[in-house]
Design a protein around this ligand. Structure first.
Ligand code: ADP
Ligand code: ZN
Length: 817
């Protein structure tokens, strides 16, 4: 007799796969344990046991589990429940969720990686159609994994194709073994046991009289350990004694010092004792009470608090009371807001109870946090994390704080699961019977609407801490200024005046330039041609620093052209303007001041962003030019003036959320001005100063914005009034994606009628050589979401069974952003 287990495998399979186990194994196994299972012709995967039962699969003969990898579950039951919700709500597979949720070090496996052959293929016509698809894809990407290939070909079993390609010498195959987790070992030294008595120590000192450097090292070691009463790191000893490591080695060789290792965490709190929590002011106190009361009846509460009102201090109080009950806290925020500033602020209160989970940290660092959370260790009672930290193995969550809840970066765009971390956090809270606090100075319409409907509780902070006034916001009419010749480059006379004054007073300035928008950056003045990306339907952007043209969609780069590629003309104009150009202009206008720039190009690497923030904090930068990276929760003391260079391109962005987002973005950047004592000043340059959004921004009128935008959402059937699912079809052949998308939309219309929009091409219709088509399904409140999804899945299944459509990629995006 055998038993069966259903296993989650980290690949997008529609169903769980069933394997056989012995009865003894079945008795040992528990859901959440890892097993190694064979799949397909020759692959072995790490899977997660989902259930243990006695029912043989009807369609195939179950294979044996190859190996059991754990003796206790690596994934707990709350997680499995949460994974199930994510998969069903966001219409993806449990395998997709598993891949996103587990640190890759847990999925011990070797993945085949295919890359282009070094030899040039003389004759491409020897390749069959499917072989050519792979070969061609490799002309644009350096390598492909097996699942990429099966996506391209639209089938699971791709090994035969790969085998043929290898035989034809068109590709090569290598094995990429996932990095395994190794705890970091730190070297320590101590005095050898034979010198610990006072007498022996004195003898040793005399003995070392002729080796003063070595004597110095031993004395330093003695004084460090007397002072700290803790093990002494080799690095500390080197730093304090000024000795080279060869001297220490000599002492170790002589048997005077002894070297040993202790396993440590990479992310370590090195601060001193924790400081007391701040005393809340009356407004904060009131907001805290309101939140606590609302938690008695609502599991989710929204805190709408203007910038610099002290929301963080309110969170801190709530966090304190939850950890005092012995429960865990998750503090979620957009990755970019996860700054040292904030981490230090929390560590000052909670010391090493705070753990940080960030995608820029190494696999190792993430596994450490994972294990602390899994073991419910005091070291990670409070997790400060970006989007993916919702997948940590919490077992006893008491509170989730979602700060900057309006941020769109909480939504994962690609790959599946395409989840929204704020919304998923609410569900995660339910799983743990915990509470969720959403916080923002500019709440999303969704959350504010939920609060209005009394689905969520609501609390407010309407004044800044210390009663600092909200910044004074002035709109500058660029059209008017141009007419009167009062513009210098992209700077109006008003902006220059205010900048001059702020600098004279010793204040700092932030200039915000949103680079989104479609205007070509380089254009030929003679024929109007703009260089485009060869892989995508967008113009290339000029990057002055490297003198390059780059595609912001696929990363393509080329040297800047000297003359027009179409007509050969040499008069090239740079239209539109980015952060680099603003930086150049500022340097010319204010040559005596230090200018910095913060955008994707200047913040690469783990600490790139931090370095710029620190430079601003330490006033090494007088004027900082940046993109939306600037908007996220930063708290600078000396910034008095904020300039928004151009409000129009964000307002004109073709998206139903563009107005809401512009409002949020502008108020958030404005919120960086004048956070202490003196009132800040904000100048917004625009061609359209009468735009309602700009009027609402300048009067800080959230409720007016909410009313007006909700009206539009209601009229045009957009969220939060209607839910929506976006279906994207992609293929390298334009005609095929065209026919396929028409077929798909027609089938959807038969079920949902007028609530189907499209197919239509997105603003950038081709990316990485794939043509895109979008179809939107709008779902009224009274229509069952579950039934809607069922119908879409059914249509998708029949779609996949049409031979011509099999290679078309279909992406389902629930609550798309
Ligand atoms: P928000 O998160 O609402 O933008 P912060 O929590 O960052 O605001 O607070 C703004 C500033 O005011 C911070 O420098 C913070 O240290 C200070 N602050 C807020 N509340 C208090 C308090 N109760 N006592 C002392 N300082 C406070
Ligand atoms: Zn491109």
């Amino acid at each position: 007799m055998v038993d069966f287990i259903d296993v989650i495998i980290p690949i997008p399979l529609k169903k769980l796969f069933t394997y056989t186990v012995t009865q003894a194994e079945a008795a040992f196994l528990k859901p959440g344990m890892r097993v190694a299972v064979p799949f397909g012709k020759s692959k072995i995967y790490t899977g997660i046991v989902f259930s243990i039962h006695k029912e043989a699969p009807a369609a195939y003969e179950a294979k044996d589990v190859q190996q059991i990898l754990d003796d206790k579950p690596a994934v707990n039951s709350q997680q499995l429940q949460f994974w199930g919700w994510i998969a069903s709500y966001y219409m993806c597979t449990l395998g997709d969720v598993m891949r996103a949720a587990l640190p890759s070090a847990f999925i011990l496996e070797s993945e085949t990686v295919v890359s282009k052959s070094k030899v040039h293929l003389a004759d491409e016509s020897i390749l069959k159609d499917d072989e050519f698809l792979i070969y061609e894809a490799l002309q644009h990407q350096s390598s492909l994994k097996i699942h990429d290939i099966s996506n391209i070909l639209g089938k699971k079993n791709v090994l035969p194709v790969i085998k043929r390609l290898i035989e034809k010498e068109a590709i090569t195959v290598e094995e990429e073994v996932y990095e395994k987790y190794k705890p970091k070992l730190v070297r320590y030294v101590k005095l050898h046991n034979s010198y610990t008595s006072e007498k022996d120590f004195h003898e040793l000192m005399e003995e070392l009289g002729r080796a003063p450097k070595q004597r110095e090292v031993v004395l330093t070691l003695f004084s460090i350990s007397a002072k700290t009463k803790k093990p002494v790191k080799v690095t500390d000893l080197v730093a304090d004694s000024g000795a080279s490591s060869s001297i220490i080695k000599a002492l170790v060789d002589k048997g005077i010092l002894e070297e040993y290792h202790i396993q440590t965490d990479r992310v370590e709190y090195s601060g001193d004792d924790t400081s007391d929590l701040k005393q809340l002011n009356e407004h904060q106190e009131k907001a805290l009470k309101t939140i606590q009361t609302s938690f008695e009846t609502h599991s989710v509460t929204l805190l709408h608090g203007v910038t610099s009102s002290g929301k963080t201090e309110v969170y801190v109080k709530l966090i304190e009371s939850v950890i005092n009950e012995g429960k865990q806290v998750l503090y979620l925020l957009p990755e970019i807001a996860l700054t040292t500033q904030l981490i230090t602020r929390l560590q000052n209160y909670f010391g090493e109870k705070v753990a940080v989970f960030h995608s820029k940290y190494s696999v190792q660092e993430r596994v450490e946090v994972w294990n602390h959370v899994l073991n419910h260790s005091a070291k990670a009672q409070i997790v400060l994390g970006a989007r993916s930290s919702i997948f940590l193995p919490f077992s006893n969550l008491g509170l989730i704080v979602v700060d900057e809840e309006h941020e769109q970066s909480f939504k994962q765009f690609d790959p599946a699961p395409r989840y929204h971390a704020r919304d998923a956090a609410v569900v995660l809270s339910h799983v743990h019977k915990a509470k969720t606090l959403l916080g923002s100075a500019t709440p999303s319409l969704e959350s504010y609407y939920n609060a209005k409907q009394n689905k969520y509780g609501f609390a407010e902070l309407t004044v800044r801490y210390n009663n600092v006034l909200m910044p004074d916001i002035e709109l500058v009419d660029v059209k008017e200024k141009q007419k009167k010749k009062r513009m210098k480059g992209h700077f109006s006379d008003r902006l220059i005046e205010e900048m001059t004054e702020a600098l004279a007073e010793g204040h700092q300035i932030i200039l915000f330039q949103n680079r989104r928008g479609f205007s070509p950056i380089v254009e030929c003045k003679t024929c109007g041609h703009a260089p485009e990306c060869p892989n995508c339907d967008v113009s290339l952007t000029f990057h002055q620093y490297r003198n390059q043209l780059r595609c912001h969609y696929c990363g393509y780069q080329a040297a800047m052209i000297q003359d027009c590629m179409a007509c050969g003309g040499q008069d090239l104009d740079s239209k539109g303007f980015g952060t680099e150009q603003i930086e150049e202009e500022v340097k010319l206008l204010f040559p005596d001041h230090k200018v910095g720039r913060m955008d994707l190009d200047t913040t690469r690497g783990k600490y790139g962003y931090e370095k710029i923030i620190t430079a601003l904090e330490q006033q090494e930068i007088d004027i900082l030019v940046g993109t939306q990276m600037l908007t996220k929760g930063l708290d600078f003391r000396n910034v008095k003036l904020v300039g928004i260079m151009n409000a129009d391109n964000m307002l004109n962005f073709p998206d139903f959320r563009a107005h809401e987002r512009s409002f949020q973005l502008m108020l958030q950047v404005a919120g960086r001005a004048g956070r202490t004592e003196e009132r800040g000043k904000v100048l917004i340059q625009t061609y359209n100063p009468h735009h309602n959004i700009l009027q609402q921004v300048s009067t800080n009128n959230y409720t007016e914005m909410f009313k007006e935008q909700m009206n539009d959402r209601y009229n045009f059937k957009y969220p939060p009034i209607y839910k929506q699912i976006k279906i994207t079809l992609k293929h390298k052949d334009f005609n095929r994606v065209e026919t396929a998308s028409i077929w798909f939309a027609k089938s959807l219309r038969q079920v949902f009628g007028e609530h189907v929009l499209g197919p239509e091409a997105p603003p950038v219709a081709r990316i990485r050589n794939q043509f895109h088509k979008n179809i939107l399904v709008k779902i009224p409140k009274q229509q069952s979401l579950a039934k809607t999804k069922e119908a879409i899945i059914k249509i998708n299944n029949s779609f996949a069974s049409v031979k011509d459509f099999r290679s078309v990629r279909v992406i389902l995006n629930v609550d798309n952003f």
